[in-house]
Write a protein that binds this ligand. Structure first.
Ligand code: PLP
Length: 386
């Protein structure tokens, strides 16, 4: 059976060039990047080259790039590394759990957080960030692109607000990286987190831009790796893979690959919206990354549709997440004002940059039937479940 993977916001496969770039670093160039002998220096120069590419990717200096284990670590580092009892944090109610759970932990340590809600279209109004400022606001943390809706947030305006208030600014750019150009100088941020596995690199590795002089404490202490900003022997193959993924990401942005992805996404969306009782979450009025479409299907249990599509070879995500064995509707969709039923009835289609017209044809062939069949047997449609 044909399989079409439309869950790129969950993770992406390695591009072949990334695997090839990593390959020598498992066996031939296996050295510890801190060793002074030739084996160590070979590994070290692999890390250095990746750092130079990441500096270009972020538009920063090489010395401002810190390699780590991915987006969760970057987000945790920004919050735990900067905030102390008595400080105030401003973030949004649509952040990833890596930010939201960190803020909850910090509440127990005397850090108060204001969670700014989005507009119904998923957009964070910078004026709401400004209104939330207090004299003790030390950090503002806002994502570049939302993982569920793809909505791009006005980080440049928020950066100006942070600068005027003398607050630090962190951007979770995990879902924006490789889809839109990053420019930490233009964004005006002090910290910016990205993750390799969302951009065709390996899992368990990421990077963070740390603006020179930002007093962020390391979460992990030990050796003096990464200029004492993140201890632990470098994951050399992973870092080399991230470097290659960033290089390819820069090329594909320059070559306009995202326009092609956006055209495919728009065709997919138009085809699905032809089904009665459907609509887009985080709609057309706001900028979105090219690859993401979040769609509600009335009278359909989203999770059942995810399974039905999987059986037809199509991988997508639902608008619910499993927490402690119970299925909870997405906090992002609820924060946008959707009711629980509609949030549960929502699906996220997130296209790989290698997606083809044939992929869209296939998905458009199977989605209407799957939705129709579920509606026919749906207790939601029969009014017995809400
Ligand atoms: N931030 C966002 C917006 C994400 O989508 C994710 C992953 O889903 C993360 C952070 C966490 O990244 P990682 O999987 O590298 O820990």
């Amino acid at each position: 059976m044909k399989r079409v993977y439309m869950d790129a916001n969950a993770t992406t496969p390695l591009l072949p060039e990334v695997l090839e770039a990593m390959r020598p670093y498992w066996m031939e160039r296996f050295g510890n990047a801190s060793s002074i002998h030739m084996d160590g220096q070979q590994a070290h120069s692999g890390v250095d080259r990746a750092r130079a590419t990441l500096a270009e990717f972020f538009n920063c200096h090489d010395a401002e790039v810190v390699f780590n284990s991915g987006g969760t670590e970057g987000d945790n580092t920004a919050l735990f590394g900067l905030l102390r009892p008595g400080d105030h944090l401003i973030t949004t109610s649509i952040e990833h759990s890596a930010v939201l759970r960190a803020a909850e932990h910090l509440a127990e340590r005397g850090v108060e957080t204001t969670f700014v809600a989005p507009q119904p279209d998923g957009f964070i109004d910078p004026a709401d960030i400004e209104r939330a400022l207090r004299p003790e606001t030390r950090l503002i943390s806002v994502m570049l692109a939302n993982n569920e809706t793809g909505v791009l947030q006005p980080v440049e305006e928020i950066g100006k607000i942070a600068a005027a208030a003398g607050a630090f600014f962190h951007i979770d750019a995990v879902q924006g990286a490789g889809k839109v150009p990053l420019d930490v100088r233009r964004f005006g941020c002090h910290l910016c987190s990205i993750s390799a596995h969302k951009m065709y690199g390996p899992k368990g590795v990421g990077a963070m831009f740390v603006r020179r002089g930002t007093p962020v404490e390391s979460l992990i202490v030990g050796g003096s790796h990464e200029r004492r900003r993140r201890a632990g022997t470098e994951n050399v193959p992973g870092i080399v893979g991230l470097g290659k993924a960033a290089e390819l990401g820069l090329h594909s942005l320059q070559e306009g690959a995202m326009d092609h992805v956006a055209a495919l996404r728009d065709r997919l969306e138009a085809g699905i919206l032809a089904i009665a009782g459907t609509g887009v979450n985080g709609g057309y009025s706001v900028p979105r990354v090219a690859n993401t479409s979040n769609i509600w299907f009335d009278e359909v249990e989203g999770e059942a549709l995810v399974i039905a599509l999987d059986l037809k070879g199509v991988a997508v995500s639902g608008g619910s997440a499993c927490h402690s064995g119970a299925t909870e509707p997405s906090h992002v969709l609820l924060a946008m004002g959707l009711n629980k039923a509609r949030a549960r009835a929502s699906l996220r289609f997130s296209l790989l940059k290698t997606a083809t017209e044939a992929d869209i044809d296939y998905v458009l062939q199977v989605v209407p039937d799957a939705a129709q069949q579920l509606r026919a047997i749906s207790p939601v449609a029969a009014g017995t479940a809400g």
